[in-house]
Each structure stands twice: as C-alpha cells, then as structure tokens.
Design a protein around this ligand. Sequence first.
Ligand code: GLN
Length: 187
Amino acid sequence: MQVGVVAIQGDFQKHIDALQSCREGIVAKEVRTPEDLAQVERLILPGGESTTVGLLMQRYGLGDAIKKAADEDMPIWGTCMGMILMASRVSGRAQYTLDLLNIEVTRNAFGAQVHSFEDAVEVTGLDQPVLGVFIRAPIVSQVEAPAEIFAQYMGKVVGVRQGKRLGTSFHPELTDDLQLHEYFLKL
Ligand code: GLN
C-alpha cells in the first residue's frame, strides 16, 4: 500500500519512518504536488507550521487536490498542524484550511508555560492509552456531527474522527508507539 505524507515543512520524515516500521508492504512517499498525491492511497498531514504550509498548499494546488481526494473517500490523518489544516475553522483567525473535519480548533491552546509535554492519552478503539507528545498543540474547541470525539486529555478534546478522516493534537510519530499508525492503515 502506498501512503503519502505531505512533505512541504515539518516532521514528515518521522511519519515516513513510523509507517515503514508498521509492516511489510507499506511504502511511504513524500507528497508535495497533485501529481505526487495521485500516486498514493492514503495521506498523512504532519506537524509543522499551519500558516506557512496552508499558504504553500493553496498556492501550488495541493490543497484542492487533497479536498478532491477526500471527496473520493481517501483516508486522511492530520497530526497537530495537520489537524489544524483539516479543520473547518480556526478560532479567532481567518486562516486557510481544507475543511475536512467539522471542527473548530484553537491553536497553541495549552498556554505559554506548557509549550510542550507528553502524557498518556485515552483513545477510542485502542486497547492501550497512547503516549501523546504535545508541541505547541491545538485543542478542538468545537465538534459538530459528523465529526466525533476520538481522544480527550484533561477534559479537552485532542482527537476527532469523521469517517475515514482523523485529527490528533499530539504526535504519535515522535514515539515508538505505532498503535495510531496501525489504526489509520486499517481505516
Ligand atoms: N503551533 C503550530 C501551528 O499552529 C502547530 C504545532 C505542531 O504541529 N507541533 O501551526
């Protein structure tokens, strides 16, 4: 199976490494253009800087190509920046997003004192909690159907699922825990 990772900026190599470790037969590919996207069956949007990546995706036509692929039922997962880009809106800002998850996100929502931390997160449908690495992480400030809560941490929504689309505030690709990558590959 060919799995793409948007490779414009951010920690895409970590997702590629995690995907390659999941099982044989998974080929992870960097995606920068609509032509790259046409080669893959699933897509991950990694962590990074959502304003920059959003602008570049819009400019080079990748954003429109991703929306079309999502309409055609491609499974798509965004981690941190990736979830921000998949949201329908960003609280308090007019920022380009793909509108693939029926949610509002609030960026950098864990406060100035706790820019980055890690802790166990309970995720619906997984046997074990996952180690969540949060780096200037967003929270999901509103969830509307058909989006559903998928993970919560300290009373805040940090993961959502909408059909074959997933968004998580944290970064499983920065740990050795492959549970969420495996889950995504089965969607
Ligand atoms: N704070 C970043 C943003 O708003 C996201 C951080 C991340 O992906 N680790 O784009």
